[in-house]
Design a protein around this ligand. Structure first.
Ligand code: ZN
Length: 325
């Protein structure tokens, strides 16, 4: 009996040890395995991408690399007291056209103050179409562009002039670097009738300009009632090119560029995209934003070679992709 019970004791002791050993093996094996698998999956996935996004991506999208400078360039860049214009940002992907003299590139439907007024070429072209139609509507040449692109130095001089005129607390001119005029996408217009320049207020036949600007990609940048959002008093004369269909969406929904850029941040690639139908052409657009966190980011764009799309920075750390469907 003693021999048998001793044997059983040895067997039981062995079983207990074996059990603890196996159990501990399972525990210690499982934890690193889970961690390992997760790490592998995360590494295989593109930045900011989940499984669903990846599946969709594989079918219809490819990746392109954008730089920090791309996020600071293009027709959707927001320039205000919080987000200065970066004069040294040279984009690699965002398509920008250099500024050109309005005088040498405009149609005969409007005036320009002098040959030194310059704007982004896309902006001049869109403004030509816009004011050609205005001219056809009212039958007279009565609009003049007085201000376009401004250098850092020009803004500095303007600020100093306004401070001399109105004192240190003036709100007319922005500090150099923080004016939207640095972008080349913004302009000031006046009326010009019988050789007399007048403040553009959009009254009477000039209402055409307020009512139709969005069709050509322009917005009234500092509207009445939005002073607390833009930080700038109502300016009935300052227009900004952002492009179709963005201008239409802002016009229809009463959004400033500040509000629209914030809204677009709610449409990352992985979520539902913003869809806009151009009322005039009935063309459909799909829009999403991609954060450029570090120095660069991978941006999904349509794989189809015939797809028409554009990329613009928003100057707040993202690029916006606009696809024409
Ligand atoms: Zn202006």
């Amino acid at each position: 009996m003693r021999k048998n019970s001793g044997f059983i004791y040895v067997i039981i002791t062995c079983l207990v040890f074996l059990n603890v050993f196996v159990y501990s093996k399972i525990i210690t094996r499982e934890i690193p395995e889970i961690v390992y698998e997760n790490t592998e999956n995360t590494q295989n996935l593109p930045e900011n991408e989940d499984e669903n996004g990846k599946n969709e991506l594989d079918e219809n999208y490819k990746y392109i690399t954008v730089t920090e400078n791309d996020a600071k360039s293009g027709p959707l860049i927001l320039v205000n007291t919080l987000y200065p214009y970066d004069f040294d940002a040279f984009p690699t992907v965002v398509h920008t056209e250099e500024n050109a003299s309005v005088y040498y590139n405009k149609t005969d439907s409007y005036f320009v103050k002098d040959i030194n007024v310059s704007l982004n070429k896309t902006t001049i072209s869109a403004f030509n179409d816009f004011i050609d139609d205005f001219y056809s509507s009212v039958g007279k040449k009565c609009v003049i562009i007085t201000q376009g692109f401004r250098t850092y130095e020009e803004q500095k001089e303007m600020l100093e002039l306004k401070i001399r005129q109105y004192g240190e607390n003036q709100t007319v001119a922005q500090k150099p670097g923080f004016s939207e005029h640095h972008t080349g996408y913004a302009m000031d217009i006046s009326t010009y009738e019988n050789n007399i320049m007048g403040t553009f207020t959009g009254e009477n036949e000039y209402a055409f300009i307020f009512d139709n600007a969005y069709k050509y990609g322009f917005i009234l940048r500092y509207p009445q009632g939005k002073e607390d959002v833009t930080g700038i008093s109502y300016e009935s004369w300052h227009f900004r090119y952002v492009g179709v269909p963005h201008a239409q969406y802002m016009y229809e929904n009463g959004l400033t560029l500040e509000e629209y850029i914030k809204l677009l941040s709610l449409y990352p690639f992985e979520s539902g995209h913003l869809k806009i139908t151009d009322k005039n052409t009935l063309e459909e657009y799909e829009i999403y934003s991609v954060k450029v966190d570090a120095n660069s980011a991978s941006v999904p764009v349509p794989k189809d070679e015939n797809a028409v799309y554009s990329i613009s920075g928003d100057n707040t750390g993202s690029v916006i992709v606009t696809i024409k469907k």
